[in-house]
Structure formats: C-alpha cells, structure tokens
Design a protein around this ligand. Structure first.
Ligand code: V55
Ligand code: FE
Length: 479
C-alpha cells in the first residue's frame, strides 16, 4: 500500500496514523493554574491509501486528539474512531470504500455497510462524548481512553441516518439543538431538527423541506429560532450515480435563509428569506435577537468550496476567501430580503465565540486567519492557504488583534475556555493546535483570549505531528 502523491497525502497534510499516548508533555511557559480539563478534537487521517487517487481530505478516517490538562501538566492521547468502515478496511488490509459520500464507487464487498468516517467534530452532551460526521449518526467515544463505544441513536429516538457535525447548545436552557439533512433518503431535501434535553434525551424531532438538496454544514441558534443558510452546494443524484463528486456548486440557484421557530410545531412555520446572490456560508459565529430583528453572524464566501466541489456552470471559477458578515432579518416585515454588513474587514474562518454567551449579542469574535502585515502566507495545502494567525475582533472597541504563530507555523481552529464559570465574556483562554511545518511537529498553544498579540502563555510541545484537524471542544474536568 502507498499513498498517492497529491496535496492531501503530502507534507504536513500526510496521514499520521499513529495511535498512542505521551504522558508528560514538554511545556514552554506556564499552563494556567485554573485550567483543568481536556481539549478534544477530531481530524481526518486516512488509515489506508484511497481507492481513488484524487480523494478529498474530507474523506479521511476519524482520528481524535485529546490534550488532557491538569495541575499545570499535559498529556496527549491520539486514537482512531473504530468505525465499521475502518474495521472492514483493516481486515482487508486496504481501502474498500470509495469517494466521499458516494457509495456507487465502493468495492462490491461492502455494499450496504456503514460508510461513516466520524471525522469532523466532537460533542460532549448529557455526560457522553461523541465523534460527529454530518453524513452519518454520532459515534459514542469513551472520554478517558478515546475507545469507540459504538453508533449512538439516542435510545432509538434518532429517526435519521444523518446528524450534523455542528449542533448548537443554548447556554441559558442547556438544550442542544441538532439536525440532519438528507433525512429519509440520500439527496432528499428533508431537514429534521432534533431537540435534545440537557440530560441527553432526544425529546422532539420535526422536519421541513429545504428548497433543494444541498450540503447543510452548520446552523445558527437564537433565543426563539433555529436558522439554516441553504447554499447551492447541491447534490445532483445523477452525477453521484455516475461516480462524480457528491456536491457541485450551482450558483443559478439562490442562497436562502430558513428561519424555524423553536417552539413545538415550529418546523411547519419555517419562513424563507432570499439572498441577493448565491453565496456560501462556511461556519457560523452566533445569532441573536433585538426586538423583531434577527442577527445572523457567519463567514460567507462568494463561491462554493471549489477546490473540493466543482462549479457546474464555470469550471474555471476560482475559490473566494471567507469574510465575516452580519445578516439582519426583520421578522416583523413581509420582505424576503435582509440587510448584510461586514462585521470586520479581514479574511477569516473557523469562528469561535465565548459559548456561555451564545444566543446573546457578543462582544468578542475569534477566528483563524492570515495577515501579510505580520508574515508571509504559507504554501497552499489541501484546504487552501493554511492560517498563519489567530484573530480577535472586539466589537465594542472595533479593534483587531492577532497572534502570529511564526514563519513556518500554522494555527488551527481556536477554542475558547473561560477563566472561571462566572468570568465576564471573553475573559479566558484560547487553545489551538499549531503546525510547526519545518519540524514536521505539532504544538498545542494557549493564549490569553483578550490579548492575542502578547503571544502564548503556554506552548505544549508534542514530540511528533498530529494530523490537521477540523473541530474541537473543551470538556471541563475531563481527565
Ligand atoms: C466539512 C467537513 C466535512 C464534511 C463536510 O468543514 C463539510 C466542512 C470533515 O468532513 O464532510
Ligand atoms: Fe465544520
């Protein structure tokens, strides 16, 4: 077996595949005394050479990284999610499942088997840990060992084969709002909402129809609404059957915002707004209400993710960078349009807020970015240009502040951890992984969230590389 020589399998993006523990990690600086818990994140780390050499980085096997922090010390655990896919492929000694979400490209021996890679995000809710992939059901993981417990269906209540990688928790009620798209059959336009109580009980499911079948990667939650930005990253079943990409960008269809009331029966009352042109929501910061106004804060690009999923109408189109926008909808007006303004004038992605203040108007916005005033861009990888910085926007002062990680260094998604349960908004730490590309190594870096420019308070050094990841969480008190 050998990996293809493409950007997905080369250099800092190459599969790592090593599962293990490092018990006493080297620490430069001082881990804050009050920081006790685990930073747990998911990544896509191909365990086998892909069936198709042009495979996407989105299609790797879920590999979880956990940095356990207690009493100023840190420990690393890395472990694959033992999906049915990984087990079948390990037994065969080679890949059996084909292209991203396309079962028509699989080896005949695995027809009908679970394709879940469980590679996108982590969820801690109701005292359980899950690895999430939007194409499949949650996989429960043992938080102590990262051992895979198995596919989770909420005691039989999950009536969907899919579950988002971006559920939202309402910090005021503790309720988790999640959803699945392509609920009944692959490439249908049914979105199903799941309301999950603080104790983990799935109490209510409600479905509604999207305007067309497309990738619905993230969502927004305000006090009274769940909001979906439906973007024309469409799933064209004829193309999937023909072995083409699972998604295509088709900007002849509109970007639409579906606003679903959270009260019982709300999905029947979904209200649609239409964007002036087709754009793509990448990830969301937050939503909040101000009288009849509904504010949606998210990263938006003027194209789809063309490096992964081609433009149907214009194969030569180039991918555009994300900027943070606030879209303001007036629920008291009959208009189907909305007002759009940039929140700050700098590219970014991987948005983060202080989660204790979700659904309220927040002051602090964090994100991954590059800033050529601080250092040059890094060579483009499979996900586009790697970040060189983390950014912080203070909406009260209008100030932008950056952590520049160094000339060969690439920070990843930032995670916010409050200094204490009752600290004011933004008072706490920002945690991220940082790629040290020249050394083929990774660090976990801790910053003062309101003073990124001061540089790390602690750098937790790994003796090796862990694969670039997608989304992580902080689990307070987790060993
Ligand atoms: C994303 C990631 C995915 C996926 C769909 O970051 C969208 C966006 C890692 O898998 O399947
Ligand atoms: Fe995501």
């Amino acid at each position: 077996m050998h990996f293809p020589d493409t950007p997905v399998f080369r250099g800092y993006a190459a599969p790592v595949r090593i599962e293990g523990n490092v018990h006493d990690l080297e620490v430069i600086g001082t881990i804050p005394a009050g920081l006790n818990g685990a930073y747990i994140r998911n990544s896509a780390d191909h365990a086998h050479a892909p069936l198709f050499a042009d495979d996407l980085f989105l299609n790797g096997d879920g590999m979880i990284h956990k940095v356990s922090i207690a009493d100023g010390r840190a420990r690393l655990t890395t472990r694959y999610v033992e999906t049915e896919k990984l087990q079948l492929e390990r037994a065969a000694g080679k890949a059996l499942f084909g292209k991203y979400r396309n079962m028509f490209t699989d080896d005949a021996s695995v027809a009908g088997r679970d394709r879940n890679t469980a590679n996108t995000a982590m969820l801690w809710h109701g005292g359980r840990l899950f690895a999430l992939k939007e194409a499949a059901r949650p996989v429960e993981i043992d938080p102590a060992t990262l051992a895979t417990i198995g596919t989770y269906d909420f005691g039989g209540e999950l009536r969907s084969d899919t579950f988002t990688a971006h559920p939202k928790r309402d910090p005021r009620t503790g309720e988790l709002v999640a959803f699945g798209y392509f609920t009944r059959t692959v490439a249908d336009n049914i979105i199903t909402l799941f309301y999950i109580a603080p104790d983990g009980t799935l109490t209510r499911s409600e479905s509604f129809e999207a305007p067309y079948p497309s990738m619905v990667h993230d969502c927004l939650l305000s006090e009274h609404y769940v909001i979906f930005t439906i973007c024309p990253m469409i799933c064209d079943w004829a193309r999937v059957q023909a072995g083409e990409a699972f998604f295509h960008w088709d900007d002849t269809r509109p970007t639409m915002v579906g606003v679903v009331p959270r009260r019982v029966g709300g999905a029947a009352h979904v209200r649609w707004f239409t964007a002036p042109k087709a754009v793509m929501e990448t990830h969301t910061f937050n939503a909040w209400e101000e009288g009849s106004l509904l504010h949606l804060e998210h990263f938006i690009t003027q194209t789809g993710w063309l490096s992964q999923f081609p433009d149907i109408n214009n194969p030569a189109a180039r991918e555009a960078p994300p900027f943070a926008y606030r879209w303001t909808l007036d629920m008291a007006s009959n208009a189907d349009g909305f007002v759009s303004e940039r929140i700050f004038d700098h590219i970014g992605e991987m948005p983060m807020i202080d989660p204790r203040f979700a659904t309220l108007r927040t002051r602090h916005f964090w994100f991954g970015t590059s800033n050529t005033a601080l250092g040059p861009m890094l060579a483009i990888g499979p996900k586009g240009p790697p970040f060189t910085c983390l950014g912080h926007f203070d909406a009260q002062t209008g100030a932008l502040d950056y952590y520049y990680a160094g000339p060969d260094s690439s920070p990843e998604e930032p995670i916010f951890v409050p200094r204490s349960a009752d600290a004011e908004e933004g008072d706490g730490w920002l945690i991220t992984m940082v790629g040290r590309r020249a050394e083929n190594r990774t660090d976990c870096v801790i910053l003062d969230a309101r003073n990124l420019g001061a540089g790390p308070v602690a750098v937790i050094k790994f003796p090796a590389r862990v694969h670039e990841g997608f989304h992580g969480i902080w689990v307070e008190g987790c060993a």
